[in-house]
Structures are given as structure tokens and as C-alpha cells.
Write a protein that binds this ligand. Sequence first.
Ligand code: ADP
Ligand code: ASP
Ligand code: MG
Length: 781
Amino acid sequence: MVNTVHKFGGSSLSTSERYQHVAKIIIANSQAGDCVVVSAAGKTTDTLVKLWQSYLQKDSQALNDILLLLHNQQKGLIDPLLHGDIKHETLQQLDNELLIINQHISQKKLSEAALLAHGELWSARLLAAYLQTLAIPAHALDARTLFTLSDGQLLTQKNIQQTGQYILAEKINVVTGFIAANVQGETVTFGRNGSDYSASLLAYYCHANSVSIWTDTQGVFSTDPRKVKQAIKYSKVCRGQAHLLALLGNPVLHAKTLSPLKNTDIKLAVRSSFDIEATPTEVVKEGYTKQKRFITTLTNVDLLRVEGLHSKEVAHVSQLIQQSLHHFNQHGETYIIVPAHYTHQVVSYFAGRANISESNLNGCALVASESEALQLCTQAQELLNQQRIEPRFIHQGGSYAIILTEQVIDSDVLSELHERLINKGQELAIIIAGLGNVGEVFINQLSNQINRLAQHFDVKLVGLLRSKTMLFNASGVCLDTWQKQYKSEAAPYKTADLLEQIKALDYDHKVVIDITASHSFSQLYLQFSQLNCHLISANKYAGTAATPWYNTLRNHLAERNLHWRYNASVGAGLPINFALADLQNSGDEVIKIEGVFSGTLSWLCSRYDGSVAFSELLFNAQKMGITEPDPREDLSGRDMQRKLLILARELGIELDLADISLSPLMPQALTSGSWDDFIDNKQLLDSFISEQADLAEQNNAVLRYTGVLEVIEGKVVAQVGINFVAKGHALANLTPGDNIFVINSQFYKDNALVIQGPGAGTQVTAAGIHSDLFWLVQALK
Ligand code: ADP
Ligand code: ASP
Ligand code: MG
């Protein structure tokens, strides 16, 4: 079975030393049955093209010179690599072939494709022979026995059968790239750079797991790394963008390479045959990586306007001139960009339908996400104008832009464009869990915030999760239409799917924002940290988990320099965490925090004056939607207990929930049983509260439900429960619903620092989460 199809381009086979190196790569990276697709060595195809042109021009001097050059080049490769009989045989075969070419020249029956095929035939033969001398079972295969086309269409069934027959499981199969045969048995080629396509086609026919394109760069870059030193290497590029780049004339992959892989899971990687340790670029399916930015140059092209241009015709012409071609519509006209060298051939193909609209142009093309392409195009024009380079023709279509100019875009200008347009800031991917009221408001405020952060960071929302369905798009979910998109595209998921998607994200930074109230989701935090995600939580469960788990999470995060913010889990948007951090950073020491950290209990206690039964107030609050679905969750005080624990941990105090004593705001008898039982026995609640309120009154105090954390002589005392608060105290005069934090420290000993305000509500909670996100970006800058 074929595991991997390796492909080595001409640049990887340019000298005998490179062949030796390639053999080493094959030995280390392949197994019996694998295929190795090879291109013509170095610039052999260019030389064969020149031979063909000299033949057409009947330039016999040039013909002789080129034949001699080819002979010497091949001999130069064979000599150091092979020995004895096998060397003799290989040289003999070369001489015979050159002789036949010569005869065909004299008999005027040379065929272009058959001539060009020699480059690949020589490479495959030499590499297979060299592997054999290293005792590696290998054989050379002429791809014309594997790939047959009829009228330009591949005969899939026949080709699958042929590859099944000729690819040997016990050998390394060294296959010629670039060439195939038609049903008449004549040679056809896949066009310049076509060996990439041969490799993906072969992988498709033999159900290989992966294709490795070994070349002379470390992978796919934001621009040609030979021209721009600062080119960014991408670890992942999506298939659509790779295809577009190729159509726009970029050589790193052939345009058709992706088509056989379309509905398969065959992996495609571009790797360096010069530096095998370097991480490859994976070319992945759409949605598995975000859209990247690229800039590629165009040289010596003509712009043709063609009447009624059909994409089938483009494919034909592309086959005819052996070049990838890009065509597009603009203002009702159809254009095609053609390397100037082939314009004559293309114009005659269209027999009067093609007009040269602009000729001898250069320029550049930008490839980016749809949301960025237009803006990049405008910026590129401005930058070119500053360099006194006047665009002659501009086309912006969806996710790319083409700018044609008279001047060549040299390395300096390309570097400048790259620096200003492509190499922009770091990227942060956001995954949001929990799309309830707060989640919704948070997302709706997000596009504003993203603009605010845009100066330093490119922030994208890539994942939206509910408990059972998720919408994930590595390129970013559109913030204007996320709800619609969620409705139509969200799909059921398992935790493993989510982790897989997060793992695949190739952003500089990732953050999971937990706006759920889910205990089970909080348990995934460790896994998120292992995937290098920062965390922001409004959810209180992780922050109040048992100390060993909590410490493990903290350690994991610290080891990876990851941040965890949970501002909104206590006091919603109130800046309590900032205040505590600030006090500690300024050398102060917090001695006591006391307060009301539950909006519901604040509202109930502040409203209660004995005139209306407490249970009535409770039912009203429930109707107003400010209680938990079962209001006993609020009355139990557990929520405040969790918040107090979070505050304690903010102060660096090691504590567990069980260390915080808790007494509920209801008689013990009502804490269990159904909600209906509770309603039936509401007078128990009413008399309990009225007794407590009377007791408070007798002490010139009011009934409040508070939490307190105090450090007394190094010992921590923490409790949540009913408190009789003196009438003049800050806790006694609370606007119903407000939270309050009264902080005593060494510096604020006699006169406490008080933070007070709404501690619940969608707007302020969402704002609290935004504050964490903003803080995170500042910290990452
Ligand atoms: P091979 O001989 O392996 O097929 P090619 O010469 O066809 O290699 O393609 C690799 C070349 O593509 C590199 O040497 C590099 O100069 C050029 N190139 C242009 N743009 C890019 C890019 N964005 N990323 C990587 N390489 C690029
Ligand atoms: N040898 C051919 C070329 O130079 C095919 C390839 O290299 O992929 O275009
Ligand atoms: Mg190539």
C-alpha cells in the first residue's frame, strides 16, 4: 500500500550531490510501496523548451549546442552517482535517446511533448538506479503507462487500474512527473510545474495517505522568500488560497495540484529538501486554517480581452501553452492574463475574439481573506503611487487583487509592500462558549472592540459553542451575520472535535472565553491550556474548583505563559480584580474584604422592610428574571461562597469552598424538597426572615446577606451568611441590586476602600469580559 507520494522538484535534483541528499531523504522518510515523483533535473525543461524553439526556428547551430549541453549535463549527474554496468547502460541509453532526437529533428518529426518528457525520464531513471546502488529496492516508472487522457480528460478507471498494476508494493516507485499519454499512446504533459499535479494525481489513484512536495524553500511563504527576507512562512495554508496563488503564476505549487485531493483526506505538505528539520507547510481543507495574506509578482504579461470567454476554453489554452492562466470579468468584459511570450499563440487560438488590452506589463497580485482584499488593494495602490509606480490596470475580485504596472516590482518595492500590507501584527483567535444573553451581547459588542484592538492585534472570532452544537471557522466567523450563520451551519460536536479544531488553529494566540455556567465545560480548561489557549471565564466553576486541580491548572498555564482572567465571575463589570491587584502591586496588604456579591440577595434584602412578605418579594424577583430558575440557588448563598473563594485566591490565599462557612438565607427545612413544597411552606421563610429582621432592628441594624474574608494574625476566616449591619454602614445603604466590596488594607485601614455598583446584568457582565479581553491583548503586546 502506498503511504506517501513524495515529489522532488527540479531545484532538489540540480546536482549529483542533491541526488545523494534526495536519496537520504527517501531512505529516512519512505517505506516499500511509496512513490517518488521526480521533475526534470535543475533547468532541464527550460533547456528542452529552447531546443524545441530552435527546432521551430530551424536553427541548426543552436540545436547542436543544446543537444551537447543536455548530454554534458546528464553525464555530469550520472558520472558521480553510478558505477560499473549500470552506469554504462545508463549512459548508453542517454546517447541513444539523443541520437533519436537528432534523427527526429532531421526527419522533421519531433514532437514537443515527447521531447520535453526526456527531462523527467532521465531523472526517474537516474534516481532509481542510484537507489539500487544503495541496495534500496527501487524501479523507475514512466508515468505514460500510468496516466491516460482522452480529449484532455483523465480516464480515471483505467488509470486506477494501471497504477494498481505497475506500482509495486515491495519497491520504491520512482515515477516521472509532468507527463502522461493520450489514448493514441502519444505523450502529453501537464504544463510547467506539472509534476506537483502528477504527485497528487498518483496519490488519489493509489489512495495514499499523504503527498510531500519537497522543494528548495521551507514551505509556502507570504511572498517569495528569495526576494523578501522577511517573508513569513505559514505552517498552514488552505487549498483555495494555494490554488489561487498558482493561477496567478506563483510557482510554489501547480494550479491543478489541489483538484485530485478535493474530496479526499489526503494530506498535502510542502517541505524543504534542503532543510529537512524545518516544519513543513500543510495545505489543508477550507476552514481548517484561517485565510493568510500573500503577495506574488507578475512579470511580462499581457492582458487580453476575449469575447464570450468560456472557462473550458481557458483550460484548453492553458494546456496548449503549458501555463496556468487566470481569467476574470470586469465591467461586463472578460479578461485573461497571459505571459507575453505566449500571447501570439493565445490570440490565434481565439481566432479574432481576443484583443490585446494592455501589453508588456508587470505588477503584483494580493491574496487575502474577502474581508481584507479590497482594503489591501487600496493600500497597495497608495504605496505604489508613493514609489511613483502608476498602476495601469487594477482588478479586485473577492479574495484577491491584481495590480498591473509598467515597471517591474523589484525586491525593494516588494519588500516594502510586504512590510506594510502583509506582515501586520499578531493574530488572536477567539472561541466563545455560551451563547446566552451575556454571550449574545458580548459578541454584538465584539466588532467595535476588535477595531479598537486592530492597531496591535488581528483578532478573529473562530468558534461559537453551545452545549451540543458548534460553529467553527478558522478563517473567522462574520460578526454581522453570526446568528444566521450559526443557525444554518452549526453542527453537533463532541469534545474531541472541539479540541481537534482548536489544535489545528495556527494563530499566534488563542483564547477560550467561557460564558457558560457549565461545570463540565470548566473541566476542559486543562485541555485548553495544553493546546496553548488563554482563558477568560465568567463561569465560576474552575476558579472555585478543589485546590489540587486548581493548582495544576495554574501551573500548566504558568509553564506556557498563558493568562487566565475571570473579572466577570465576581461583580460582573466592577473592577474588583483590578483594585485587588493594584493594592498588592503597590505594596499594600489586604486585611479584610466584606460585601454583598449577589445582585439577587442585594435586591431582596434592601427591598425588605417588613411591609411585604419576603416570599412575595422573592416571587417578584423571579418574575423579573433576576433569580436563578430555582431561586433557592440564590438563597442558599453558594454563589456568594464561590465568589468569596475567587476573591481569596486573587489575594493568593489557599482556600477551598469547604473552608468558607455558609448559612443560607432560609430555614434549613426549606433547603431540600421540590419547588412546589417550598411554595406550600413559604410562611416558614417569611417568619424566618421577619424574626431575623426584628433581631437586627433590636440592635439598631438591618438584615443583610454578606460575605466576609478576614486575615487575623495570619489566620483566614471566611464566612457567608446573614449579617446584622449597623444602619450607618456602607453595606446597609445599598441601592437594591447593587454589589458592594468593602476593602480594608494597611493603607485603607480606618476608612475602607469601597467599590459599589451593579454586579449583574447582561451589559455590565459582557463589558467585564471585554475588559478581560482588552487586558489580555495588552499583556500579549
Ligand atoms: P521546484 O523545482 O521544487 O518545483 P519551483 O522553482 O517550481 O520549485 O518553486 C519553488 C520556488 O518558488 C522557490 O524557490 C521560490 O523562489 C518561489 N516562490 C515564489 N513565491 C513563493 C512563496 N510564496 N512561497 C514559497 N516559494 C515561493
Ligand atoms: N519539469 C517541468 C517544469 O520544469 C515540470 C515540473 O518541474 O514540475 O516545468
Ligand atoms: Mg515547481
